[in-house]
Write a protein that binds this ligand. Sequence first.
Ligand code: ADP
Length: 488
Amino acid sequence: MTTVTSDLLRTLAYVDGAWAESDDGATFTVTNPATGETVADVPRMGATETRRAIEAAARALPAWRAKPAKERARILRRLAASMADRADDLAALMVLEQGKPLAEARAEIDYALSFYDWFAGEATRLDGAVLPSPWPDKRIMVTREPVGVTVGITPWNFPSAMVTRKSAPALAVGCTMVLKPAEQTPLSALAIAALAEEAGIPPGVFSVVTGDAQDAPVIGGEMTSNPLVRKLGFTGSTEVGKLLMRQCAEHVTKLSLELGGNAPFIVFDDADLDVAVSSALVAKYRNSGQTCISANRMFVQSGIYDAFLDRFASAVRALKVGDGFTDGVQVGPLIDRPAIDKVEAHVADAVEQGAEVVTGAERIDGQFYRPSILTGVTASMRMSSEETFGPVAAISRFDAEEDAIAAANATPYGLAAYFMTTDLGRTWRVGEALEYGILGVNTGLISTEVAPFGGVKESGIGREGSSFGVDDWVELKYWAVGGIEGAG
Ligand code: ADP
């Protein structure tokens, strides 16, 4: 058993600057998806503990928002630096609870901490405006203010980055936050809380409440019904996102949602084959296909189809599957039993409807699934309309550009889309026609703190990261200032 004997392995929640058990002392178990072994037991919290954390966030708000942005930025940069110093421990902890290969976990820590750095800078540039006034004796000013007490709910596929992508902009602009990490991966969030405490983030400004799958609706219920909360940032399934959106209607709580995707990956005849294959590998198999921007449907044009499939299949057969701690492993386990059951069900459904297995399509053991390719995938198969969230490439052949675009857009989702082409005209035509928030053109790797991440249609509301990402955490205040003597 691989263990992390680190001061960053915290098994208590972090509420109002103190490490806390649940009120009744109940805990739930965090399991290593590669081995099935217990990693830790963590508090099962509910409405009361969540309310306490929200009230603490409300108490902490006036002093935190009153600090000069430069001072908040200094603290957040300290937090980023300590995440960098402790990156190896943080990555190991992530592999233990989430399963991804160590190199991917290490890359996620770099990505995660970049949000504290980025938004530390953004907050110090948070300016307003003075607008031309239509009145001689009045002036018009617009200021930007933190929305107030916020809450975050995050998923298990990026246990650190989803926490920082929400808390960094919130804290940087002067909001406070209560965060609930996914039940599968609370330890990465608690480790960040430990470093936040060390970095000097005051009590109540950032709290982490933990709970299992049964507690999630209770915690989410308190978060969305408590009138102190002004904003919810959620990343997760579209189903839960819609539920939370309905709950937020009660107090018109501001909301950003990063929900499901059904990313198309289109390879045109004029694509560079090397680029198409390497991009497809990243877009499909990173994190074992468990990302909301994973290529869920691949459309390959007839002229390049055989060459692409040949090269892609050899590359996929060579992928090394195993425990994320094993050297050279590229594909780890799936997160839990329901995840692997879903992949199996999608593959069975596709095969039953006539899809052909090029490689894989089998469970190895435990929660490991062999990287797979299916061809002849059609729109009626489950894997075309639902996120498979596993290492299965679902390929269809097409002839005309407009057919690929129509198929790509034939989904209620609109997060990321990829297309491979070397034709400039086609780049613009296809890029403008795709109804997606993010485009990967000749690349499968698109996430960076510098760019706005987010979707259209049922994939969500709002953007995370970049200078645009600040907007979701601030409110505009318009000042009409009259009574200006002697003006005009
Ligand atoms: P996934 O399918 O990726 O697990 P979910 O939407 O179920 O996506 O989970 C994402 C996050 O939402 C997790 O932190 C989970 O605990 C939380 N969650 C699930 N159901 C609810 C709910 N009813 N209210 C609030 N949070 C929820």
